[in-house]
Design a protein around this ligand. Structure first.
Ligand code: ADP
Ligand code: 5GP
Length: 206
Protein backbone atom coordinates (compact mmCIF):
# COMPACT_ATOMS: atom_id res chain seq x y z
CA UNK A 1 0.00 0.00 0.00
CA UNK A 2 1.52 3.35 -1.05
CA UNK A 3 -1.07 5.62 0.51
CA UNK A 4 -4.24 5.56 2.59
CA UNK A 5 -7.53 7.47 2.50
CA UNK A 6 -10.09 8.13 5.27
CA UNK A 7 -12.66 5.33 5.62
CA UNK A 8 -16.46 5.54 5.93
CA UNK A 9 -16.55 5.72 9.75
CA UNK A 10 -14.00 8.50 9.74
CA UNK A 11 -16.27 10.69 7.64
CA UNK A 12 -18.42 11.46 10.69
CA UNK A 13 -15.40 13.05 12.39
CA UNK A 14 -15.90 16.52 10.97
CA UNK A 15 -18.96 18.40 12.32
CA UNK A 16 -21.10 20.01 9.58
CA UNK A 17 -20.50 23.55 10.91
CA UNK A 18 -16.71 23.22 10.77
CA UNK A 19 -14.82 24.45 7.73
CA UNK A 20 -11.96 22.21 6.70
CA UNK A 21 -9.17 23.68 4.55
CA UNK A 22 -6.45 21.85 2.66
CA UNK A 23 -3.49 23.94 1.56
CA UNK A 24 -0.98 22.47 -0.91
CA UNK A 25 1.96 23.95 -2.75
CA UNK A 26 5.15 22.97 -4.50
CA UNK A 27 7.83 22.95 -1.82
CA UNK A 28 9.20 26.48 -1.30
CA UNK A 29 6.21 28.33 -2.81
CA UNK A 30 5.53 29.92 0.58
CA UNK A 31 2.47 28.19 2.04
CA UNK A 32 4.00 27.92 5.52
CA UNK A 33 4.90 31.64 5.47
CA UNK A 34 1.38 32.64 4.39
CA UNK A 35 -0.27 30.39 6.96
CA UNK A 36 1.96 31.64 9.79
CA UNK A 37 0.59 35.17 9.29
CA UNK A 38 -2.99 34.01 8.80
CA UNK A 39 -2.81 31.99 12.05
CA UNK A 40 -1.35 34.94 13.94
CA UNK A 41 -4.34 37.05 12.99
CA UNK A 42 -7.17 34.50 13.12
CA UNK A 43 -7.84 32.84 16.43
CA UNK A 44 -10.64 30.75 14.92
CA UNK A 45 -8.26 28.58 12.91
CA UNK A 46 -6.42 25.50 14.14
CA UNK A 47 -3.55 23.74 12.42
CA UNK A 48 -3.51 19.95 12.35
CA UNK A 49 0.12 18.90 12.73
CA UNK A 50 1.20 16.07 10.41
CA UNK A 51 3.64 13.28 11.13
CA UNK A 52 6.66 12.78 8.91
CA UNK A 53 9.79 10.68 8.52
CA UNK A 54 11.77 13.61 7.11
CA UNK A 55 14.40 15.06 9.46
CA UNK A 56 13.60 18.41 11.12
CA UNK A 57 14.96 21.60 9.51
CA UNK A 58 16.80 24.12 11.69
CA UNK A 59 14.25 25.81 13.92
CA UNK A 60 11.52 23.22 13.41
CA UNK A 61 9.95 21.99 16.63
CA UNK A 62 8.61 18.47 17.20
CA UNK A 63 4.85 18.60 17.79
CA UNK A 64 4.62 22.11 16.37
CA UNK A 65 5.81 21.86 12.76
CA UNK A 66 5.52 18.08 12.53
CA UNK A 67 5.59 15.00 14.68
CA UNK A 68 8.99 13.73 13.58
CA UNK A 69 8.99 9.92 13.51
CA UNK A 70 11.48 7.31 12.44
CA UNK A 71 10.36 5.28 9.44
CA UNK A 72 9.91 2.30 11.75
CA UNK A 73 7.68 4.27 14.14
CA UNK A 74 5.70 5.72 11.21
CA UNK A 75 5.09 2.28 9.70
CA UNK A 76 4.13 0.93 13.09
CA UNK A 77 1.46 3.63 13.38
CA UNK A 78 0.30 2.86 9.82
CA UNK A 79 -0.21 -0.76 10.92
CA UNK A 80 -2.03 0.36 14.06
CA UNK A 81 -4.46 2.31 11.85
CA UNK A 82 -3.55 5.66 13.45
CA UNK A 83 -3.48 7.61 10.18
CA UNK A 84 -6.51 9.10 8.42
CA UNK A 85 -4.38 9.41 5.32
CA UNK A 86 -0.72 9.12 4.54
CA UNK A 87 1.44 9.33 1.44
CA UNK A 88 5.03 9.19 0.20
CA UNK A 89 6.15 12.71 -0.81
CA UNK A 90 9.64 13.75 -2.04
CA UNK A 91 11.05 10.43 -0.79
CA UNK A 92 9.64 10.67 2.77
CA UNK A 93 6.40 9.61 4.44
CA UNK A 94 3.84 12.16 5.64
CA UNK A 95 0.48 11.53 7.27
CA UNK A 96 -2.47 12.97 9.17
CA UNK A 97 -3.04 11.34 12.55
CA UNK A 98 -6.68 10.69 13.42
CA UNK A 99 -6.03 11.68 17.03
CA UNK A 100 -4.50 15.01 15.98
CA UNK A 101 -7.40 15.97 13.70
CA UNK A 102 -9.95 14.95 16.39
CA UNK A 103 -8.15 17.10 18.94
CA UNK A 104 -8.16 20.14 16.64
CA UNK A 105 -11.83 19.62 15.73
CA UNK A 106 -12.74 19.36 19.43
CA UNK A 107 -11.47 22.92 19.90
CA UNK A 108 -14.48 24.04 17.83
CA UNK A 109 -12.19 25.91 15.43
CA UNK A 110 -11.96 25.60 11.68
CA UNK A 111 -9.07 23.35 10.71
CA UNK A 112 -6.26 23.72 8.19
CA UNK A 113 -4.40 20.69 6.85
CA UNK A 114 -1.18 21.15 4.90
CA UNK A 115 -1.11 18.22 2.49
CA UNK A 116 0.29 17.20 -0.85
CA UNK A 117 -1.97 16.64 -3.86
CA UNK A 118 -2.65 12.99 -2.94
CA UNK A 119 -3.69 14.08 0.54
CA UNK A 120 -5.96 16.77 -0.88
CA UNK A 121 -7.70 14.19 -3.10
CA UNK A 122 -8.20 11.79 -0.17
CA UNK A 123 -9.62 14.47 2.12
CA UNK A 124 -11.88 15.89 -0.61
CA UNK A 125 -13.23 12.38 -1.28
CA UNK A 126 -14.09 11.90 2.41
CA UNK A 127 -15.30 15.47 3.08
CA UNK A 128 -16.46 16.95 -0.24
CA UNK A 129 -17.08 20.44 1.13
CA UNK A 130 -13.39 20.78 2.09
CA UNK A 131 -11.99 24.02 0.67
CA UNK A 132 -8.77 23.30 -1.22
CA UNK A 133 -6.15 25.95 -1.93
CA UNK A 134 -3.08 25.65 -4.13
CA UNK A 135 -0.26 28.13 -3.48
CA UNK A 136 2.29 28.74 -6.23
CA UNK A 137 5.34 30.95 -6.72
CA UNK A 138 5.18 33.47 -9.59
CA UNK A 139 7.76 31.47 -11.62
CA UNK A 140 9.99 28.38 -11.46
CA UNK A 141 13.05 30.61 -11.24
CA UNK A 142 11.60 32.30 -8.16
CA UNK A 143 10.62 28.91 -6.69
CA UNK A 144 14.21 27.75 -7.12
CA UNK A 145 15.51 30.93 -5.44
CA UNK A 146 13.14 30.44 -2.49
CA UNK A 147 14.13 26.80 -2.07
CA UNK A 148 17.80 27.79 -2.12
CA UNK A 149 17.21 30.70 0.28
CA UNK A 150 15.49 28.38 2.73
CA UNK A 151 18.71 26.44 2.40
CA UNK A 152 17.73 23.46 4.51
CA UNK A 153 17.76 20.88 1.75
CA UNK A 154 20.73 19.26 0.15
CA UNK A 155 21.05 19.83 -3.62
CA UNK A 156 19.67 16.36 -4.44
CA UNK A 157 16.60 17.01 -2.30
CA UNK A 158 16.11 20.44 -3.90
CA UNK A 159 16.27 18.81 -7.35
CA UNK A 160 13.60 16.27 -6.36
CA UNK A 161 11.37 19.05 -5.00
CA UNK A 162 11.76 21.14 -8.17
CA UNK A 163 11.02 18.18 -10.43
CA UNK A 164 7.93 17.36 -8.34
CA UNK A 165 6.87 21.02 -8.50
CA UNK A 166 6.22 20.65 -12.23
CA UNK A 167 3.96 17.63 -11.66
CA UNK A 168 2.13 19.43 -8.85
CA UNK A 169 1.64 22.56 -10.99
CA UNK A 170 0.07 20.40 -13.72
CA UNK A 171 -2.86 19.48 -11.45
CA UNK A 172 -3.42 22.89 -9.84
CA UNK A 173 -6.83 23.20 -11.50
CA UNK A 174 -8.12 20.33 -9.33
CA UNK A 175 -8.11 22.80 -6.43
CA UNK A 176 -10.93 25.22 -5.58
CA UNK A 177 -8.55 28.20 -5.37
CA UNK A 178 -5.10 29.14 -6.62
CA UNK A 179 -3.04 31.79 -4.84
CA UNK A 180 -0.01 33.20 -6.68
CA UNK A 181 2.40 34.12 -3.89
CA UNK A 182 4.27 37.02 -5.45
CA UNK A 183 3.61 39.85 -3.00
CA UNK A 184 3.33 38.19 0.44
CA UNK A 185 0.81 40.67 1.87
CA UNK A 186 -1.51 40.11 -1.09
CA UNK A 187 -1.20 36.34 -0.81
CA UNK A 188 -2.08 36.51 2.91
CA UNK A 189 -5.06 38.69 2.08
CA UNK A 190 -6.19 36.18 -0.59
CA UNK A 191 -6.00 33.34 1.94
CA UNK A 192 -7.95 35.37 4.50
CA UNK A 193 -10.62 36.14 1.88
CA UNK A 194 -10.97 32.42 1.10
CA UNK A 195 -11.34 31.57 4.80
CA UNK A 196 -13.90 34.32 5.27
CA UNK A 197 -15.95 33.24 2.25
CA UNK A 198 -15.88 29.60 3.39
CA UNK A 199 -17.28 30.58 6.78
CA UNK A 200 -20.13 32.49 5.11
CA UNK A 201 -21.33 29.44 3.17
CA UNK A 202 -24.99 28.77 3.90
CA UNK A 203 -24.20 25.15 4.79
CA UNK A 204 -22.00 26.40 7.65
CA UNK A 205 -24.71 28.65 9.14
CA UNK A 206 -27.24 27.66 11.80
P1 ADP B 1 6.55 26.11 1.75
O1 ADP B 1 5.89 26.00 3.11
O2 ADP B 1 5.56 26.30 0.66
O3 ADP B 1 7.50 24.97 1.45
P2 ADP B 1 7.98 28.39 2.92
O4 ADP B 1 6.83 29.11 3.55
O5 ADP B 1 8.91 27.63 3.80
O6 ADP B 1 7.46 27.43 1.74
O7 ADP B 1 8.78 29.48 2.07
C1 ADP B 1 9.96 29.18 1.34
C2 ADP B 1 10.90 30.40 1.35
O8 ADP B 1 10.34 31.44 0.54
C3 ADP B 1 11.13 30.99 2.73
O9 ADP B 1 12.50 31.37 2.84
C4 ADP B 1 10.20 32.22 2.76
O10 ADP B 1 10.70 33.23 3.62
C5 ADP B 1 10.23 32.67 1.29
N1 ADP B 1 8.99 33.36 0.84
C6 ADP B 1 7.71 33.00 1.11
N2 ADP B 1 6.83 33.84 0.52
C7 ADP B 1 7.57 34.76 -0.14
C8 ADP B 1 7.24 35.90 -0.97
N3 ADP B 1 5.98 36.27 -1.24
N4 ADP B 1 8.27 36.61 -1.50
C9 ADP B 1 9.56 36.25 -1.26
N5 ADP B 1 9.94 35.19 -0.50
C10 ADP B 1 8.96 34.44 0.06
P1 5GP C 1 7.96 19.64 3.61
O1 5GP C 1 8.95 18.53 3.68
O2 5GP C 1 8.42 20.73 2.67
O3 5GP C 1 7.56 20.16 4.97
O4 5GP C 1 6.61 19.04 3.00
C1 5GP C 1 6.65 18.31 1.81
C2 5GP C 1 5.25 18.01 1.31
O5 5GP C 1 4.55 17.10 2.16
C3 5GP C 1 4.36 19.22 1.17
O6 5GP C 1 3.76 19.16 -0.12
C4 5GP C 1 3.34 19.03 2.25
O7 5GP C 1 2.14 19.65 1.99
C5 5GP C 1 3.19 17.52 2.27
N1 5GP C 1 2.61 17.02 3.51
C6 5GP C 1 2.85 17.48 4.76
N2 5GP C 1 2.11 16.82 5.66
C7 5GP C 1 1.35 15.92 4.98
C8 5GP C 1 0.38 14.94 5.37
O8 5GP C 1 0.02 14.77 6.54
N3 5GP C 1 -0.17 14.19 4.37
C9 5GP C 1 0.17 14.36 3.06
N4 5GP C 1 -0.46 13.59 2.15
N5 5GP C 1 1.07 15.27 2.66
C10 5GP C 1 1.67 16.05 3.60
Amino acid sequence: MKHKEPGKDERRLVPPETSLFVVSAPSGAGKRTILDTVFERDDGLAYAVSATTRPPRTGEVDGQNYFFLSEEAFRCRVKAGDFLEWAAVHGNLYGTLREELSKRLASGKDVVLELDVQGMRSVKAAWPDTVSVFVMAPSFEELERRLERRGANDPADTAVRLANARTEMDVRHEFDYIIVNDDLAEAVSDMEAIVRAARCRAAKQP
